[in-house]
Unconditional design. Structure first.
Length: 259
C-alpha cells in the first residue's frame, strides 16, 4: 500500500506539472513571420478565460529564459504570450549577434512598436484571454519594448520593465500612456545611467502617468538573469536579492492591475 501511495502521489504531481502547456504560435507583422509562445496553465484557468500578459524577450530573443518567465506567469493564472520581436528563426547565437538585433530595433522605434502591437493583437484574440485585461512585461531589451507598447497608446492594464532601457525618442508620447507602469531598475546599472532615469521620471511626471520606479541596491543590468554571472564590474550580473524582490513587486502589481 505504501508503494501504491507513492506511485499515486507521483502521478498526481506529474499531472499537475503537465497542465502548463507551451504552444508555438506563428503570427505576422506585415510580411514578416514571427513565432511566439502561448503559455497556459489549464488548472489555473479552470475552463475560464484569464487576464493576459505579453512577455518580451531580452536581447537573445525567444529562448528558455523568457519561456521560464512566461511559465511562472501561467502558474499564477495569467495567459502568457512570449512575443517574438526579431522574427521566426532569428535567434542570436552570441552577444555580438544579440547586440546587432537589439540595436536594429532600438534604432528604429517605429519597427519595434510594430512588432509590439503585432504581439498584443495576437494575444488579444486568444480564446483563453480576457481581451480588456492584458498587460505587458519584459526583460532588458524586452523592458524597453514593453514601455514602447505603453507609449504608443496600446490599451494595456499595466507594464512592467525589468532592467530595461528607459529612453524615449519622443517624451511627449508619454501622454498616450493608458497603462499603469512599474519600472524595476538596478540602482548602479551603467547601461541605464542616472540621467536616463531622471529623464524618464520627468517624462512620466509631466504626463501624469501612474508609475512606480524601484531601484535595487548593488544591482546592475540583467539582475534577474543567472547566466549573467556575478561580476558587477562587467555592468551586467545576477543579483539574487533583487531578482526575488522584483518578482514579488511584479506579482503584486499585476494582481492590482488585473482585477
Amino acid at each position: 500500500m505504501k508503494h501504491l501511495y507513492l506511485v499515486v502521489t507521483l502521478l498526481f504531481s506529474l499531472s499537475s506539472l503537465a497542465k502548463v502547456s507551451v504552444e508555438k504560435v506563428e503570427y505576422k507583422d506585415g510580411e514578416t513571420t514571427l513565432e511566439g509562445l502561448l503559455v497556459v496553465d489549464s488548472a489555473k484557468l479552470k475552463n475560464k478565460k484569464g487576464p493576459g500578459v505579453v512577455v518580451f524577450h531580452d536581447w537573445k530573443g525567444v529562448g528558455p529564459y523568457v519561456q521560464m518567465r512566461a511559465e511562472q506567469l501561467a502558474e499564477m493564472g495569467y495567459v502568457a504570450f512570449v512575443a517574438d520581436v526579431y522574427g521566426k528563426g532569428v535567434r542570436p547565437k552570441d552577444n555580438k549577434e544579440a547586440g546587432a538585433q537589439a540595436g536594429k530595433y532600438k534604432g528604429d522605434r517605429s519597427l519595434m512598436r510594430s512588432r509590439v502591437k503585432a504581439a498584443y493583437d495576437e494575444l488579444a484574440k486568444s480564446k483563453y484571454v480576457v481581451s480588456d485585461k492584458i498587460s505587458a512585461t519584459g526583460y532588458c531589451f524586452g523592458g524597453t519594448a514593453a514601455l514602447e507598447g505603453a507609449r504608443m497608446g496600446l490599451p494595456l492594464k499595466g507594464v512592467v520593465s525589468f532592467h530595461g532601457g528607459l529612453s524615449s525618442d519622443n517624451p511627449e508620447d508619454a501622454k498616450k500612456i493608458k497603462a499603469k507602469v512599474l519600472v524595476l531598475h538596478g540602482a548602479i546599472d551603467p547601461n541605464v545611467p542616472p540621467d536616463e532615469v531622471e529623464q524618464f521620471q520627468k517624462e512620466m511626471n509631466d504626463a501624469k502617468v501612474d508609475y512606480q520606479l524601484t531601484a535595487y541596491a548593488n544591482a546592475v543590468h540583467s539582475f534577474t538573469h543567472k547566466e549573467a554571472g556575478n561580476d558587477i564590474s562587467k555592468g551586467a550580473a545576477y543579483n539574487e536579492l533583487a531578482d526575488k524582490r522584483s518578482f514579488v513587486a511584479a506579482k503584486n502589481f499585476l494582481e492590482e492591475v488585473s482585477k
